[in-house]
Design a protein around this ligand. Structure first.
Ligand code: ADP
Ligand code: MG
Ligand code: ZN
Length: 472
């Protein structure tokens, strides 16, 4: 029989805030040593009270807007109770009854066309700590406790591992470009709910949940393994399928049962009396909307229409700094395609060579636009433009001053060009004779000598024109 795969995802994303969700300790990535970002509140000392981090709400709402969700004007926190050594309060503060966002939609591009994935909800919650096992001892690191998370829960709308990966890739790109999260290794973790059903059936099969995976490769392998296990169980009655939580083991490529599926009752959820409901009024929502980056899809379309290639677009939208530089350079009057080429080829190349990252802020849109415009107006040639760019990035040079100081604009010094051409002709008499004798190729040697003399300060086309004129 043919089976249809049914998958729903719960994705946890650590938000890139400066502080934790309910205390003022440094947020995700602030910690250097174990337990150096903890305070009485986030390591669960008795009597400590949570104080809501406003920025978490704003980032969660921004994520919801990007995923086309309804934003809840009233949302509340609940306590989810369970005992585990990495959870100092023995409860996690999360949202059950009134999550911050509901009913979203993400459209994916896959090899089979476009697919709509419905988002059930997005809620805010705190992360738990980490257990570290060494020999006979186990240690607990509370740096991660109370780091803010959003959990994005989809409807069971995925029909293949490919769609799942396309979705996660899109989330990652969106969240990076929107400043929600850098989504580094481990900062985006997924629970994958999987079931299969006979093709054409309306009913869902028994689902299993593979917990806590962060590498796309593992997610894909776990899905493929789990789907086959389900099909075998149904087709050959190899085992009885039960709803349960499983763990994927990278070493063996298999999944293993962890525990029976817990239900909401097991957690004894109840409203957290220490946190007031979050009310989002029109004014606040409008402010968040105004600050939200242009929806990713709109941005992609805008770039596509400007003639930027898809490969370039992918790089630009996954890096907020590059996207901002490009947009600002365009706003200063440069052609989008040209600006993208300068940023992705020249600027990135210089950064790579000098070991700097895109966040080094070593190139402002003003300086880049100034270089692009000088080239466009033929005040300098492109090669010279690149030299200027290097000087800007590496030494913080001012483009116009640099051009002036190094005589890169001496193109307008027609005498210099004429002198260089004359010199090249007189020093390459053999090549001149050959050229005049009909050997076109000989021109290259004379041309090369001119280029060398002028050190790239003059547009090659101008040199060639002058050279041909003289040789006539
Ligand atoms: P819980 O809170 O118990 O984990 P939910 O009903 O919130 O359960 O669903 C969790 C996830 O499981 C959602 O992403 C949902 O889409 C997915 N899901 C629900 N039923 C199925 C199913 N039969 N097959 C695959 N995924 C499912
Ligand atoms: Mg779940
Ligand atoms: Zn703290």
């Amino acid at each position: 029989m043919n089976y249809e795969i049914v998958i729903g995802l719960e994705t946890h994303v650590e938000l890139g805030t400066e502080s934790k969700i309910f205390c003022s300790c440094g947020g995700h990535s602030a910690a250097k040593e174990p337990n150096d970002c903890v305070c009485p509140a986030c390591c669960g000392m008795p009597g400590m009270l949570p104080v809501m981090n406003k920025r978490v709400v704003e980032l969660a709402v921004t994520a919801g807007l990007m995923l086309n969700c309804d934003i809840s004007r009233y949302s509340t926190f609940d306590k989810k109770n369970y005992y585990y050594p990495d959870l100092p309060c023995s409860y996690q503060i999360t949202q059950l009854a009134h999550p911050i966002c509901k009913n979203g939609l993400v459209t994916l591009k896959t090899s089979e066309g476009t697919r709509d994935i419905r988002i059930n909800r997005i809620h805010m919650e705190e992360d738990a700590g980490k257990l570290v096992h060494r020999g006979r001892y186990s240690y607990v690191d509370f740096n991660r406790t109370s780091v803010p998370l959003i959990e994005i829960v989809t409807m069971p709308d995925f029909r293949s591992a490919e769609e799942v990966i396309a979705y996660l890739t899109k989330l990652k790109t969106m969240f990076r470009s929107g400043g929600i999260s850098e989504c580094e290794e481990g900062a985006m973790r997924c629970d994958v709910n999987i079931s299969v059903r006979p093709m054409g059936s309306e009913e869902y099969g028994v689902r299993t949940e593979v917990k806590n995976m962060s590498s796309f490769e593992s997610i894909e392998k776990a899905i493929n393994y789990e789907v086959q296990r389900h099909i075998d169980a149904i087709e050959y009655e190899t085992e009885e399928l039960v709803q349960e939580t499983r763990r994927y083991d990278d070493a063996t490529g298999k999944t293993f049962a962890m525990r029976d599926k817990e239900t909401a009752d097991d957690y004894r959820y109840f409203p957290d009396p220490n946190l007031m409901p979050i009310i989002i009024d029109d004014e606040w929502l409008e402010k968040i909307k105004a600050e939200k980056p242009v929806a990713l899809d709109d941005k992609v379309i805008e770039y596509q229409e400007a003639g930027i290639s898809q490969k370039e677009i992918d790089v630009i939208i996954s890096d907020k700094k590059l996207g901002k530089l490009l947009d600002e350079t365009i706003a200063l009057g440069c052609a989008a395609k040209e600006a993208a080429a300068w940023i992705l080829t020249d600027y990135m190349g210089v950064l790579r060579k000098s070991g700097k990252g895109t966040d080094s802020e070593s190139l402002s849109a003003e300086k880049l636009a100034s270089i692009i415009k000088m080239v466009e107006k033929s005040e300098i040639n492109r090669g010279a433009g690149k030299k200027v760019l290097i000087a800007v990035v590496e030494e913080g040079a001012d483009p116009k001053d640099y051009v002036e100081k190094h005589g890169l604009n001496k193109k307008f010094d027609a005498d210099a060009l004429k002198a260089a051409v004359d010199k090249a002709i007189s020093e390459n008499q053999k090549a001149v004779a050959e050229y005049k004798g009909g050997k076109e190729k000989a021109l290259q040697a004379i041309f090369g000598a001119c280029m060398k003399e002028l050190r790239g300060a003059v547009n090659p086309a101008d040199i060639r024109a002058m050279l041909l004129e003289k040789l006539k």
